[in-house]
Design a protein around this ligand. Sequence first.
Ligand code: KIV
Ligand code: ZN
Length: 510
Amino acid sequence: MQEQLIIFDTTLRDGEQSPGASMTKEEKVRIAWQLERMGVDVIEAGFPAASNGDFEAVRAVAESVKESVVCGLARAIESDIRRAGEALKNTGPARIHTFIATSPIHMKNKLRMSPQQVIDQAVKAINWASQYTDDIEFSPEDAGRSEIDFLCKILEKVIDAGAKTLNIPDTVGYTMPEQFGKLIHTLRERIPNSDKAVFSVHCHNDLGLAVANSLSAVINGARQIECTINGLGERAGNASLEEVVMAVRTRQDYFTCDTKIDTKHIVPASKLVSGITGFPVQPNKAIVGANAFAHESGIHQDGVLKHRETYEIMRAEDVGWGANKLLLGKHSGRNAFRSRLKELGIELESEEMLNNTFMRFKELADKKHEIFDEDLHALVSDEVLILQERYRLLSLTIHCETGEIPYARLVISDDGNEMQAESDGSGPVDATFRAIEKLLTSGTQLQLFSVNNITSGTDAQGEVTVRLQKSDRIVNGHGADTDIVVASAKAYLSALNKLHTKLERAHPQV
Ligand code: KIV
Ligand code: ZN
């Protein structure tokens, strides 16, 4: 009988700390639904003390998710913990995750606290959290660079105070797999009350070792892994959920535990997160990259055709490749459309939104024969943006001809006022962006422009991400359309709309 390995997904919290990956409340709820459908045990939905928006998003996720435990992050300070407690109050199963740094470098330079003060603060934090829930997780931040004696001491105290999960973070991605595994082993052995808590790990990928470190910890008794879809997260990201889950599932001969993840939902989750955040998945990314199951060399193809296991250790369909096959087409009615959205966890706020999205679905179905789940997500994202945003694209005319200078003319609405501009450029997208800038003179710098096809085929919608920077703010805008120049214009305007929204949001670790 295999033990259970708890999957704690932090895409909505640590994942959101990637520059430009911030998500709206509605986007978080959609991702949370997908995580719940996949069987994720704990969903860390955000950091409620960061801003009112984060508070509302955590609350909305906690109200809409029923099966998974929903978790809110809080520094080990009273106001943060109360905010997390309030966000999760009277919802489903809830966890408060509180943390304080324990490495000499963090205690001395960041916290300016003595080790004893850090212990006292951690114990107080557990006591505040226990006024809201019994399900309390504690993390000694930067554990990978903390002193083992001090770690043992503080962890023993927080278990006594009521922490049920001890999460050991390799905050800066510094440790080596063997070393990290040993750390978990030593902690479990030396802390007298260690059997009263579940050991968890949270590894960052600065040296590309987050998954290896997490798995090494599992071999040494960790029974919760914190991870994110597509490995999203602060800097180089966190351990990727899909890699951790599939490593353990594929090597059941090696591990003595397994997760309860329904792996067929992995690829749809990856696409959803990539679409919402605008962080494309590299083609050679394990499990969810477009080439992860593609055999290019003749010898490999021949081998796979003769006997699949010659070159394949997993089956593409088991992780959800091909799971989104044609579901709706241009003859589908409003009810089929509505119920598919419901199955995808999408609830539009009003009938008007549903009608508008359905109209745009019909337009898309005229251009594109097969509509996939990813197309529906893109349509809904667009609809939500259209209703909330200041700048909207009304029309775009492009002229491109071999030997001629490309030219764009566009009409946009600025809070309902129509404005138009034209420009030439080195290509149609360049001309379009120049025309927008003529109108809005945003003072931003373009940091990233990327185009991905949402589904396959030349009739697929192109999904464009535009990353803009203005002073110290970085935002990602997205747009989708079967015409990639139109998608680019929408993405550029969406980024400007985000810049326009004032964002005052604290970072948990600063
Ligand atoms: O990386 C880290 O240490 C964290 C903690 C808040 C767990 O994200
Ligand atoms: Zn982290």
